[in-house]
Write a new protein. Structure first.
Lengths: 220, 299
């Protein structure tokens, strides 16, 4: 489903953020990308999400090479992904429900069906009773759950998350973990960048460990 | 297809909401756009009325064809059939007897007419060409002159030419004005959209990340520009109608002094449509230029 080969990313005037990274992720797998901060986790996340392009190498998702994708094809690629960011990237000038409706508006789903699906996604993360609230009124954990609801509302095949529990207390983080596990159980491919050891203890998942931009090891 | 319509409808709704949420900004933009459209449109209305007035004034776009006094009924019939063949337009025949009668009816002339030994007036045709261009008038006059039993062809073409030149300059000035204010309208929309994009950086970024195409992101701005332009056009039409209403009484008074039978006209339905449509089109263009320039930054 995702295949990276010899991926290198070099920022202008900086060191190589990623060096010769290769891996394969099968459909339905749950994979953790770990490493110290600065090891290249976020860079890899940004490359997988087609936010940036690798300097060299290729990343193939669903048979499409992201590195060589035309700019106009990127929106359609992104619709296969649910993206979850460390800083959530919520829109604070609209309601919780409207935040979740945005991806559906983009694909032009009729209003009634869109509302039904958005509420189902909010229900899954336990925020259905907060649909009229503004994101600013939510706690950190609730905001992250809202971000997850927005990421999954389109029923993507792949969920990409960058440090989804970085700023959360352990109880909120635990709730997030349970939500991710439920998606894994229904066959969603999960790629999660994290340095949170809680994850490893709970899932004993496949782990890709990055060290200063290189793939240092793999454990399953 | 329904996705297509629902997306356009959503973009239109979002544009309307943006217009409504900043009423003061909207009002100021509409005033600027309205005035920018109203000035050239009003100039056009004035020119249109002048042209119409000129067309109504007899002697300007009319060719008088006087026959010789010895022309017979048969000669008159011959000229008539030639006018018909030449497709010269409308004409009116005034026989020499009728002309004399009219002269007798005119105050102060009856005694003079009574003193005449015989009718000195010729038969005459008054031709109103279908095409009132000065070139056509001159060409027709030359043709009429060459016909038998035609003694004199009168065409007040010097006046007509001068007036035509004046109208041409007026039209050019209105066109220049329209270009200038059209540019203003585009610039105003460009700036409004620029400010909107700057205030929606977060929204645009998030929309991109969840799979929005460029078209999706641009659409509400296009609708906004076109809508603002169209509303400005409606405001311009209202301005012209209002000015026309204020001016109508003094103009009627002036026309009465010249005993002219002429009713000034405002914008026709078609031209109202053109003003509003131009506003919408220029607004769309301003929005397009703005999004093309400012959205490039968000890869």
């Amino acid at each position: 489903m995702i295949s990276a080969s010899a991926v290198t990313k070099r920022y202008p005037h900086g060191p190589e953020a990623l060096k010769d990274v290769s891996f394969e992720i099968e459909s339905g797998e749950m994979v953790f990308i770990t490493g110290h901060s600065g090891a290249g986790k976020s860079t890899l996340f940004r490359l997988l999400a087609a936010i940036e392009r690798p300097t060299s190498g290729s990343i193939v998702v669903n048979g499409q090479n992201i590195a060589a994708l035309r700019r106009s094809a990127i929106p359609y690629l992104r619709r296969n992904f649910g993206l979850i960011f460390q800083d959530q990237k919520l829109l604070f000038d609209r309601s919780v429900l409207d935040n979740v409706l945005l991806p559906l508006a983009i694909v032009g789903l009729p209003t009634r069906e869109a509302h039904r699906r958005a509420r189902a996604a909010l229900d899954k993360v336990g925020l259905l009773d907060r649909e009229r609230a503004r994101p600013i009124a939510l706690s950190g954990g609730e905001q992250q759950r809202l971000a997850i609801a927005r990421a999954v509302v389109n029923r993507p095949a792949i969920l990409l998350a960058d440090e989804p529990t970085a700023n959360l207390d352990s109880e909120s983080a635990s709730t997030i973990l349970d939500i991710f596990r439920s998606f894994h159980q229904v066959g969603v491919t999960l790629v999660i960048a994290t340095h949170d050891p809680q994850w490893m203890a709970r899932f004993s998942p496949r782990v890709l460990r990055l060290e200063r931009g290189r793939l240092a090891g793999e454990a399953a | 297809m329904s996705a297509y319509f629902s997306q356009h409808f959503a973009a239109l709704k979002s544009a309307l909401r943006r217009l409504a949420t900043a009423p003061l900004n909207t009002l100021l933009s509409l005033i600027v756009i309205g005035v920018a459209l109203a000035l050239p449109a009003a100039g056009w209305v004035v020119l249109d009325n002048l042209q119409h007035l000129a067309g109504n004034t007899t002697g300007v776009q009319q060719i008088s064809v006087f026959l010789t006094t010895d022309a017979s009924r048969k000669d008159v019939a011959e000229i008539e059939s030639r006018l018909r063949d030449a497709r010269a337009g409308n004409w009116r025949f005034v026989s020499r007897e009728e002309a004399l009668k009219r002269m007798q009816a005119t105050e102060g002339m009856s005694e003079i007419v009574a003193g005449l030994p015989k009718n000195p007036l010729p038969d005459a045709f008054f031709v109103e060409p279908a095409d009132p261009q000065p070139e056509t008038l001159e060409r027709l006059a030359a043709i009429f002159k060459s016909w038998p039993k035609v003694a004199h062809v009168q065409l007040d073409s010097a006046w007509s030419k001068r007036f035509d030149a004046f109208l041409r300059i007026g039209k050019l000035a209105v066109t220049l004005l329209a270009g200038l204010f059209g540019g203003t309208l585009i610039a105003v929309t460009f700036n409004t959209i620029r400010l909107q994009i700057l205030s929606q950086v977060a929204e645009i970024e998030v929309a991109r990340l969840v799979g929005a195409t460029d078209a999706f992101i641009r659409r509400p701005f296009h609708y906004f520009g076109a809508l603002q332009g169209a509303l400005g056009g409606i405001f311009a039409v209202a301005l012209i109608a209002g000015s026309g209403w204020i001016l109508s009484a003094p103009v009627a008074e002036l026309l009465a002094l010249y005993s002219a039978s002429f009713t000034p006209r405002g914008l026709s339905l078609q031209h109202t449509g053109i003003v509003i449509g131009t506003g919408a089109a220029l607004g769309w263009l301003g929005a397009q230029l703005s999004v093309a320039l400012h959205l490039r930054r968000f890869g």
